[in-house]
Design a protein around this ligand. Sequence first.
Ligand code: AHR
Length: 503
Amino acid sequence: STARFTLDPAFTVGEVDPRLFGSFVEHLGRCVYTGIFEPGHPAADAAGLRTDVLGLVRELGVTALRYPGGNFVSGYRWEDSVGPAEDRPRRLDLAWHSTETNRFGLAEYIAFLRAVGPQAEPMMAVNLGTRGVAEALELQEYANHPAGTALADLRAAHGDKDPYGIRLWCLGNEMDGPWQTGHKTAAEYGRLAAETARAMRQLDPDVELVACGSSSQAMPTFASWEATVLEETYDLVDYISLHAYYEPEDGDLDSFLASAVDMESFIDNVVATCDHVGARLKSKKRIKLSFDEWNVWYTSRWEAHAQAHDPADWPEAPRLLEDNYSVLDAVVFGSLLIALLRHADRVTVACLAQLVNVIAPIMTEPGGPAWRQTTFFPFAQASRHGRGQVLDVRVDSPTYDTRRFGPTDLLHATAVRADDGTVTVFAVNRDRADALPLEVALTGLGLTTVVEHSVLADADPDARNTLADPERVAPHPAEGTTLTDGVLGAVLEPLSWNVIRLA
Ligand code: AHR
């Protein structure tokens, strides 16, 4: 049967914040070294940045770029990462059992953002694992204070007279996780986050601050963690973070395809928790959500690797978390993007974890090429066409049975209306076997033309792009999509991600 919904400009969710299309560069595996930075590579510029990767990062359309971690940040010593590269110390990175050379540091990160272009914005995390208020303030002063103090002048002496202007800061990373260096209880972290936030605002009242929420909705402390942390920090922070990664469990692909059901419930539950604390505090302020780690991630493969490695071995830039994504993964990934857009009223920062090589849309080979994974395409299309007002989409869809979520809609969809009045529908058909007919009633939108219907689907849902075959998978145009008398008609291929642009 047919899936249906209605679009009407009178019914909107909210404006998409460009920061919804953020990503994440962590000192982890080959994200930095031989990913974005590889001096001596034929495509490297004078600063050692890979221009082939820069081109793909621009095409991907990423905005806020979170750095330097992730778990890495909980052992991060910012002062190791500045000054003459040859003087920087080599350190043990406990999070990823690697050696950090510090050859790439804070100045190189800022240079990378500037090379990406004006759409790229820094999103810097401070270490609240092994460190605290003083070091966060030092980093903030070094990065942002114009001149005339020891740390601002040190930055200038290191070659950057102009301050970096970092507005958006994460107060630590996943402090609820027992794996985190310096892991804390909610009460301990809430106090530290509040004191750090207070001090950072004394230095600059205009910073935007993200408190750590839960590492996933499945954490045993989920929701009580957020409530306790926000009781301490409500007036001092702007955002609470959410992290979520999805993979098939016990081969259950139907539940995997419905991962966005979990993501949307996670968002709803965090919103409820934030607003509950706001109500208790009699506050008019609304905490925003920073979904600053999300993706498909085959964590089971990483866990097997972590158990097998030699504890005496501390390699530099090892191959870690280099998941190779299939078409099926990209359809789930597209559905996660749809979930974020459907909550654009409260989720105003989101970071695809990560950018290059590490669970990433872009892959590289040291000394060799860079290429697009399957997941590259939904992200690039959503970032390009998903700007404007999200329209309220309530689908009437046939359902399928899933072990984890029960009966679930086969159609997952959202739509965004740009300032020029054009509308883009993003839709996923979760049906692995059959095409799904779609009808969308368009009211009061003045739309007459189907500009494009692009599909990511394949006769082989396991198809992937690889070093040997880097262009095996790409979106293709759909046939037969119509817009007649205010009704959009389309057929969504089995297991597909669809972008339908209307004018
Ligand atoms: O993105 C990989 C890791 O996942 C991050 O370092 C950590 O924050 C999360 O557990």
